[in-house]
Unconditional design. Structure first.
Length: 252
């Protein structure tokens, strides 16, 4: 009986260790080995988040009270998936006074035009303050698909959205920047995921937004949340928003 109990306790301990290790490995991989970074709020005062149905129900009013000013909300993935919380999140984020954008998770194996159609179907009639973001990363994708094929499908998506009147920003991490973005999509603004400070050593990189944590904790959101900032000061943010508004008003 004692031996059996001892084995059970060791089994439980092993399970706990494996669970903790798996969780650490997840965040270690997602964060490139550096899960947290401190940013200078005097240089980057405009705070934001990016969210999906994984974040459950969010109290956007409390987010605003906690200093959040913008949100990228997941709308779609691939050619068919639609985020179950998108309509709710979009409506409540606007009501709370946030500047709102959407993002689409890009699937390497899927036709770019079909992905664009999925996005357009979901955002039709929706007010967007920020560009449509395309989440481009190897995470959960087949990284063995040749880079030129991925880039061709992404270019098809970008062109289709632009012809439909939408501005596009590319979200990617440091690895994705060098594999996909640089020398291919520099005509699109960059939203960079990096857990380094500065976020990228390449002097050519000019991020518009910087995602600096997957481990945020903010009033209004239960659990961990992605944290972002506009890559500039308050004056630059106001000028960027004004430029977008002028561009929107000039579109036919």
């Amino acid at each position: 009986m004692k031996r059996s109990l001892k084995i059970t306790l060791w089994s439980l301990l092993a399970l706990v260790i494996l669970t903790l290790a798996a969780g650490y490995a997840y965040y270690y991989f997602r964060a490139g080995g550096i899960p947290r970074v401190s940013i200078d709020k005097t240089k980057f005062p405009v705070a934001g988040v990016d969210i999906s149905s994984h974040n459950k129900e969010i109290d956007f009013t409390r987010l605003v009270d906690d200093g959040i000013e913008f949100a990228f909300i997941k709308a779609t993935e691939g050619a068919t998936y639609k985020d179950a919380m998108f309509i709710r999140n979009h409506r409540l984020a606007l009501q709370a006074g946030l500047k709102v954008g959407v993002y689409h998770f890009f699937r390497f194996e899927t036709d770019g035009k079909m992905q664009a159609i999925n996005i357009l179907h979901s955002i039709r009639g929706k007010w967007l303050d920020l560009p449509v973001a395309i989440d481009l990363e190897e995470w959960t994708n087949d990284s063995s698909i040749p880079t030129p094929i991925v880039a061709e499908r992404l270019r098809e998506l970008v062109n289709y959205l632009r012809k439909s009147g939408h501005d596009v920003i590319i979200y990617t991490n440091v690895k994705g920047y060098y594999r996909f973005y640089r020398n291919r999509f520099e005509d699109c603004p960059l939203w960079l995921c990096s857990f380094r400070n500065p976020p990228l050593s390449d002097s050519r990189a000019k991020p518009t937004f910087w995602q600096y944590s997957h481990l945020g904790s903010i009033d209004g959101a239960s659990g961990l949340i992605d944290l972002d900032t506009f890559y500039g000061d308050r004056a630059a943010w106001d000028a960027w928003l004004a430029k977008r508004e002028a561009s929107r008003n000039n579109k036919p």
